[in-house]
Design a protein around this ligand. Structure first.
Ligand SMILES: NC(=O)c1ccc[n+]([C@@H]2O[C@H](COP(=O)([O-])OP(=O)(O)OC[C@H]3O[C@@H](n4cnc5c(N)ncnc54)[C@H](OP(=O)(O)O)[C@@H]3O)[C@@H](O)[C@H]2O)c1
Length: 258
């Protein structure tokens, strides 16, 4: 089908920038109806205007996903506007960049868990009754750091591993319901999250955000259970059980450790 998301009712968290904003623009080009969630309202309004220009409908719902109440309101407002829900994209996320031994402020770890893990769980909880009605889809933006331990991103890696545990279990619970769960593991993507972390240093160039979002939209359309990006990510998941030390060395090199 050319435009599988035409007229579909979609929530995207973390839609104010990066992958979430690009997902919104691409889905809008298919004629989707989008509820755009994140904390920064002016940025959401800019993304909403771009979505409308592309032929989609867009509703801005300022949301902090660490608040269960705000996640509940997000689903409520999307359903009030569009009469139901076909797709939830749990994309909001924050990262870190520090060796655990050098981390003075442990609240960094709690914040990452609250946004990346609990935020996705809250949004899913309140969207699920509507997704069950529509036999809809759940997409979760994890990371290759959800597959292997990523040095200097221990808390981030933990939050993404938690997503795999939770959403793999939920997929099993939902078997036969018609609702699919797609876990997405990008490698480095050129977005604002590159700037997160205490040293402010940029990482090496990654995948273009347009390419990444395109792959996610296609995986969602096909209801794939998992999408692992980058050649290293694809090969790595098969060799990890046999050569775990090699994977550790690649992970160190990827973040510039000797
Ligand atoms: N870029 C990469 O290399 C890469 C690789 C693998 C996976 N990912 C994953 O892709 C997802 C999107 O990241 P990105 O690269 O597009 O980074 P980004 O441009 O920094 O976008 C992150 C989004 O999350 C939102 N967000 C952060 N805290 C939030 C909160 N408490 N409540 C609601 N929204 C919140 C931000 O919006 P506000 O600040 O307006 O709230 C923003 O829209 C993340 O889950 C990330 O882990 C990224």
């Amino acid at each position: 089908m050319a435009n599988p998301f035409a007229g579909k009712r979609i929530i995207i968290t973390g839609a104010s920038s990066g992958i979430g904003a690009e997902l919104a623009r691409q889905l809008a080009s298919q004629g989707a109806r989008l509820a755009l969630a994140a904390r920064r309202e002016p940025e959401l309004q800019t993304v909403a205007a771009a979505c409308r220009e592309r032929g989609g409908e867009a509703l801005v719902v300022p949301t902090d996903v660490t608040s269960e109440e705000q996640c509940r309101r997000l689903s409520e407002q999307a359903v009030a506007a569009w009469g139901g829900l076909d797709l939830l994209i749990n994309n909001a996320g924050i990262s870190m960049r520090k060796l655990f031994a050098e981390l003075d402020d442990l609240s960094v770890l709690a914040n990452i868990m609250a946004v990346n893990y609990l935020g996705s769980v809250y949004c899913t909880h309140y969207a699920l009754p509507h997704l069950l009605q529509s036999r809809g889809r759940i997409v979760v933006i994890s990371s290759l750091a959800g597959k292997v331990g990523a040095p200097t991103r221990s808390g981030y890696s933990a939050s993404k591993h938690a997503l795999h545990g939770f959403f793999d279990a939920l997929r099993v619970e939902l078997a036969g319901s018609g609702v699919s769960v797609t876990l997405v593991c990008p490698g480095f993507v050129d977005t604002g999250i590159r700037r997160y972390g205490e040293d402010g240093a940029l990482r090496p160039r990654g995948m273009a955000v347009e390419v990444c979002a395109g792959k996610i939209v296609r995986a969602a359309a096909r209801r794939r259970r998992e999408l692992v990006m980058t050649p290293i990510g694809k090969v790595g998941r098969f060799i990890k059980p046999f050569l775990p030390g090699l994977i550790d060395r690649v992970a160190r090199r990827k973040v510039g450790l000797p």
